[in-house]
Structure formats: structure tokens, C-alpha cells
Design a protein around this ligand. Structure first.
Ligand code: 17E
Ligand code: FE2
Length: 419
């Protein structure tokens, strides 16, 4: 196979033929009519008027903890903090084989839904860093399916965990792509602030990206985002810094948020919201009315900031469900964030494609342009809103010019007497 024909492309009118050669996109040709298979040639695939897009991007997931829910115990309160405690118990039992086998199984679940770019957080609050070493191997072994970015993620803190700083330094030296953090979990406000100074310096020195679990709480006093944004602004690192979760922003008062947004725009950092995870983990200390526990997705988007959606968890101590389908997360996110208006539905896929690619700083490794990698996904629907309305799927995934996944569409058949 070397081309799609009768493809619809987002943001463009009409039908297209999309060709590739040597693993890269070689032509994007507008068609004047619908092509019949005899005309198009046997080495092409008929997109039948459906969308061809660059791959879905999963910008935030924890592959090291995936598929461990209930082992050894369930998170009964449904809080982030109990999740961290349950994970600490499971973490004591991990082996390299266990980590790698669960990570590979989960990556396959992601790839089965048209995802080819993944950023995973890997817990580095583990003396010896055996899990990180295993995940660095997974990064190479999984290349046929996904490009994997690894975040050195200090789940139990940088300042409040023994040797936290040294573990972070070591993780970066071993080859982590991204520097993480968790300021709202540090023991004190001061430690949260100093952890951010430390991790931003570490990333700057080693030229790494940054992705901080930031203010993942309903506590309106959790204001580490302003510190992260200010450091980002001063260092001019906006294109390389992401704030994940920032759920406290859903509880900030508007006067503070108004001032904060000015800084966020100057800093130009990216945001990731994990809507299914946050609606599940947050609001847990409320009775009624009960908060949604999400960051201000539409407001960030309207302010011109880069926001994307992510899964966060698949069957782990924090979230018991998940199947790799990022379009399910998009559906939930748009509902929870009051983003089902006409305009939002026309461009909904931005939040799981281009915006994710920007957060991951993929640059020219991503997108439908001649010369870029032939990483392409055929969807089951012709437009963003139809993908959502029909709960559409990725049907074919092409990676570096080779088909790696095909999904058969489900069909409904009727008994004769019903017609
Ligand atoms: N760890 C954390 O701090 N927050 C989360 N949402 C997950 C792990 C899944
Ligand atoms: Fe996370």
C-alpha cells in the first residue's frame, strides 16, 4: 500500500489522494471527483470520504502502573492520595519483567486506537531506578508501534522523598526525555516551590522537556502553577514546558484567575487535562454541590493557550477503567467542560491530535505535510463532529508508510420482519 484515495482532510474542502514513499508523505493531491477503485490502482486504500489524520497523541499516561488495579488492594476512597498509597504497595512488588509486560500490553491498547505518540510518566521515587531502566528498554522495543517520551516522575516528591533530587538527576542521566514534578504533594508549600526551581534548572541544564503534575487537587490554595509559569517565562522555555492536571484552577476564584491568565499567556506553556481521571479523583471531599475537579479547559483554549486531553490511567490504583481509546476521553472531556457547542465540535480532534503534538514538541515529526513521516490514521467518520456523534474509531493506522493496525467496523443487521 502506498496511498489513500477519496480521503477527507481536516480543515480542507473536497477529497484528496495522499501518497507516501520511503516512509514519508510524498504528495497530497486534491481530487476533482470521487475515484473508482479501477482508476485509483490496487496499491491504494479507498478512504470512502472519511477522514485521514495524523496519529492520535496520548500526551499523559502512567504505563508503569497500568493494569495493576486491585493489586494488592483496591483504592476504596477514590482519592489521589489513596491511589499513591496503594501504588506504593504495588511498587514494592514490581519486577522488570512485570513492568515491561504490562507496558507493552498497554501500548498495544493505545496503538489499537490510532495512537502513535505517547508521553509516559515513570515513577522515579524508587531506589535503584529498576522501573525506569525497564521503561527505557520498552521505549526502544515498542518503536514499531509508538514514539515514546519518558518523564522522570517523582511520585512521592522530590524534596520530601529520600534522595529525591539525586534520583531525578540520575533519571535524566539514564535517558529520561522529560523532567517531571509533583509540587502539590511535597510536604510544605516551600518544598513545592523549591522542587519547581530544582526541576526547571535540571531540565534547562540537560536540555530536556518539562511536564509537571501541577496542582492536582481541589485545594484553591494550591498555586504552584504561577511558580512554574513564571520560571517558564523567565527562562523562555514555553514551547518545552507542560502543566498537567492543574485541577485546582477549577477552584480558583475568578479574580485570581484573571491575573494568572496574563502570566500564563506570557509564559506560553502547554496544558494537559485528564477529564475521566479528574472527574473520578477530584470532588472527593465535597458533598453537594460537588465540584467537577477539572482545569479551565475552554478558558485556556480561548486565551490562545495550548490544551490537550489525555487518559492518565488504564486500570491502575487511581482509575479502574480505560481501554486505550483516547476518543472516549475526548467525548468525556467535551461533555464535562461544556464544550459541545457548534464551534467546538467542528475542531474537537485538535485536542487529541495537534495540541498533543505541540505539548510533546514533536515539530516536523508530526502532521500532514509532504516530507513528514507517513504516520496516518483513517477514521470511521468524515468530520470531527461525526467522529464524536457516532463514537467513531481509528480503522487503519499507517506508521512510516506501513500499515500496523486495522480495525473492522461493527455492523448492525436486522431481522427480515423488521424492515
Ligand atoms: N499519580 C499522580 O500523582 N496523579 C495521577 N493522576 C496518577 C498518578 C494517575
Ligand atoms: Fe498523571
Amino acid at each position: 500500500m502506498n496511498h489513500f484515495y477519496n480521503a477527507r482532510l481536516r480543515g480542507r474542502e473536497g477529497l484528496y489522494t495522499l501518497r507516501w514513499a520511503d516512509g514519508c508523505i510524498s504528495a497530497i493531491e486534491p481530487q476533482s471527483t470521487t475515484l473508482r477503485p479501477e482508476v485509483a490502482g490496487s496499491d491504494g486504500l479507498d478512504a470512502a470520504g472519511r477522514l485521514v489524520i495524523p496519529p492520535l497523541v496520548e500526551p499523559h499516561i502512567h504505563l508503569d502502573a497500568a493494569l495493576t488495579a486491585g493489586e494488592p488492594r483496591w483504592n476504596l476512597s477514590g482519592t489521589l492520595f489513596e491511589g499513591i498509597e496503594r501504588w506504593a504497595e504495588r511498587k514494592a512488588l514490581v519486577t522488570s519483567e512485570d513492568t515491561k509486560s504490562r507496558a507493552h500490553r498497554t501500548i498495544r491498547m493505545l496503538a489499537a486506537h490510532g495512537i502513535q505518540h505517547v508521553r509516559t510518566h515513570v515513577d522515579v521515587t524508587e531506589p535503584g531506578l529498576a522501573t525506569l531502566k525497564a521503561m527505557l528498554e520498552v521505549r526502544d522495543e515498542a518503536r514499531a508501534l509508538v514514539d515514546l517520551q519518558i518523564v522522570a516522575f517523582p511520585q512521592e516528591g522530590i524534596e520530601s522523598f529520600a534522595n529525591g533530587r539525586a534520583l531525578m538527576e540520575q533519571a535524566v542521566e539514564m535517558g529520561a526525555d522529560v523532567v517531571g514534578g509533583i509540587p502539590h504533594f511535597e510536604n510544605t508549600r516551600d518544598q513545592g516551590v523549591s522542587s519547581l526551581h530544582f526541576l526547571m534548572d535540571l531540565a534547562e541544564r540537560h536540555e530536556r522537556l518539562v511536564d509537571v503534575h501541577c496542582d492536582e487537587t481541589d485545594d484553591p490554595q494550591s498555586r504552584f502553577l504561577e511558580v512554574l509559569a513564571e520560571l517558564t517565562r523567565v527562562k523562555g522555555m514555553g514551547a518545552h514546558v507542560t502543566a498537567s492536571h492543574t485541577t485546582a484552577m477549577g477552584s480558583y476564584d475568578n479574580a485570581y484567575c484573571f491575573k494568572l491568565f496574563r502570566l500564563l499567556k506570557q509564559a506560553g506553556l502547554s496544558f494537559i487535562s485528564c477529564p475521566t481521571e479528574s472527574i473520578h479523583l477530584q470532588g472527593r471531599f465535597d458533598s453537594y454541590p460537588k465540584r467537577r475537579g477539572l482545569t479551565r479547559v475552554p478558558e485556556l483554549d480561548r486565551a490562545g493557550l495550548n490544551v490537550c486531553f489525555a487518559q492518565d490511567s488504564i486500570v491502575d490504583p487511581w482509575y479502574p477503567l480505560g481501554n486505550g481509546n483516547l476518543l472516549r476521553i475526548l467525548d468525556a472531556g467535551l461533555h464535562i467542560c461544556h464544550m459541545l457547542g457548534y464551534e467546538d465540535l467542528q475542531r474537537a480532534l485538535d485536542f487529541v491530535t495537534d495540541h498533543g503534538a505541540r505539548a510533546l514538541a514533536l515539530g516536523e515529526r508530526y502532521g500532514l505535510e509532504v516530507g513528514r513521516p507517513a504516520n496516518l490514521v483513517l477514521l470511521s467518520a468524515a468530520s470531527d463532529d461525526e467522529v464524536l456523534r457516532t463514537q467513531g474509531h481509528a480503522l487503519v493506522s499507517i506508521r512510516h508508510g506501513r500499515p500496523i493496525m486495522r480495525r473492522t467496523e461493527s455492523e448492525v443487521s436486522w431481522a427480515p420482519e423488521t424492515s
